[in-house]
Structure formats: C-alpha cells, structure tokens
Ligand binder design. Structure first.
Ligand SMILES: N[C@H](CCC[C@H](N)C(=O)O)C(=O)O
Length: 276
C-alpha cells in the first residue's frame, strides 16, 4: 500500500506524521521501524499517527511510536508538530486543540510563527508510577551504572525519565552511559536518560538519550522532566529556557500538582508517499 506522510521536526527531534483519518491501514511494529529507518525508509525519531477522537470531548487521538517500533505514552515535541499538522491539513481550524494520548488528554495552543504551547499535565514523582524500583520516593536516587555511581532524579511526564546533573553536557559519554541508563534494571519499562547542566536558575543545557531511539537533538518530555527535577532540588526558578542540541524550549512549572507548560517551535519539512 502507498501511504502519504509528512516529515516534521520540533527543535530537531524529527517525525514522520501519518493521517489515519483520511487513510486506512494497520501499522505493525515492523512498518514503524521501516518508516523510521534512515536508509531503508524515510527516517525519524518517532512516528506520529493521527486518528479520529475516541470520545466527543477531544478533537483527535494521536499515537506515538519510537523508532524501535514500540508505542509510548507521550511526546512533547511531537505534540507541537501534531497541532501544526492538523491545521496545515485543514483537519481543524482551532487554535486550542485537545488530544487524547496514551498518557491522557493534553491541550495544545497554537501561537504565532509556528510556535505551539502544550499543557503537558502534572508530572509524577512517585516511583511506582514512573515506574522506578525504589523503597520510597526521594529527592534523588543513587544508581550503579557500569563502573560508576550516578545520582539522578526520576520523573514521569506520562513517560519515564531519569535526569542527571552534570558540570558539562558536552563531556557526557552518551554512547556508553545512554544505553546503560536506558536499559537499567531499576526502570522496568526502560527510561529516557537526560543530562542537565545549569547555566543559571532560569536556563539549562540538556542532552537526552531517548528510550527506543538513542540520542536525539531534542526531547520535549525530557526538557519538562529536567525542569521538574531542577526546580524540586531548588536549583531552578519556575520558568526555564532549555537549550538542547537542536534548539530551545521554554518550560514553566508552578510546583507539585501543577501542570508543566512547554512552548517551542515546529517545522514541516516535506511531504511524500512510501510503499508499506
Ligand atoms: N522516547 C520517548 C518518547 C518520545 C519523547 C520525546 N521525543 C519528546 O519530545 O517528548 C519515550 O520512549 O518515552
């Protein structure tokens, strides 16, 4: 079957976006892996699938698949690109769009110059919800990772994140530490591994080794998790600029029980069709 797609990115975190409202096909994990393959397919970090709403009180449902073919709960950069996609494709003309994801309903607000603000919902720090194996919830945890002991924060934005404070993100041995953390046995559903460097109490640098993908140029939920951890530790204020290798995101959080608000760019790069 020939499948139409749109190639997009949010701060360099790239996506193949597929409208399964006007097209009808069943995407198996091997189809996702082919779409995401940078040589045998289109190439992307995640595949985003647009579906009709499952209930009358949301505008759309969107499914998120990592490059390894696994479906995941949440994708911050993807949510922004989703909002741009459904408006570019005239599937809606709303500027405030509610979307059902596997982690719950999120609200997208389209701002000027293709920027989108996303209410990502409230973070979870309860280890059982993340999930993360720990006796009890704590401000940080120490983990044996390879031949190192690493202190990190554990946060869920609907998907699991481990955040480590470092002096210099450029010096992180991502190729070695990333996979060790992603597959650490104390994260039973694996984890996205973020490395955060403090620039000031309102600015950080961040690199993320994403579950199911590897290092990406940006990770929206990772940026949210890093700010939640940094603010919880008293290192950050309530609105933070997050500098990622692919671009900048603005993250705001008013504290426990409050939603995290992420604002950032979207880009639509090309359209195509692929034989699946
Ligand atoms: N790799 C993530 C999903 C995509 C998250 C990221 N691309 C974002 O922008 O939030 C996971 O397995 O939970």
């Amino acid at each position: 079957m020939l499948l139409k797609f749109t190639k997009m990115h949010g701060a360099g975190n790239d996506f193949v976006v597929i409208d399964l409202i006007s097209q009808h096909c069943k995407l198996r994990p091997r189809d996702i892996r082919k779409l995401a393959d940078r040589r045998f397919g289109v190439g992307c970090d995640q595949v985003l699938v647009v579906e009709p709403p499952g209930s009358p009180d949301v505008d759309f449902r969107y499914r998120i698949y990592n490059a390894d073919g696994g479906e995941v709960e949440q994708c911050g950069n993807g949510a922004r690109c989703f909002a741009r996609f459904v408006r570019d494709k005239k599937l809606t003309n709303k500027r405030v769009i509610s979307v059902q994801t596997a982690a719950g309903v999120i609200e997208l607000r389209v701002r000027d110059n293709h920027r989108v603000e996303v209410n990502m919902g409230a973070p979870t720090l309860d280890p059982q919800q993340i999930p993360f194996d720990a006796e009890q919830q704590a401000a940080s945890y120490t983990l044996d990772v390879g031949d190192q002991t690493i202190e990190l924060g554990a946060v869920s934005m609907g998907n699991p994140h481990a955040v480590t404070l470092v002096e210099d993100v450029a010096a992180v041995d991502m190729a070695r530490l990333g996979p060790l953390l992603e597959n650490h046995p104390r994260f039973p559903q694996r984890v996205n591994a973020g490395f955060m460097e403090l620039v000031s109490d309102t600015e950080i640098r961040l690199r993320v080794f994403e579950r199911g993908v590897g290092e990406t140029l940006a990770c929206g939920t990772g940026a949210c998790a890093a700010v939640v951890y940094g603010l919880s530790r008293g290192w950050l204020r309530d609105t933070v600029t997050v500098n990622l290798p692919g671009g900048k995101l603005s993250i705001s959080w008013a504290g426990p029980g409050q939603p995290v608000i992420m604002t950032g760019p979207t880009a639509s790069v090309f359209e195509g069709t692929i034989r699946i």
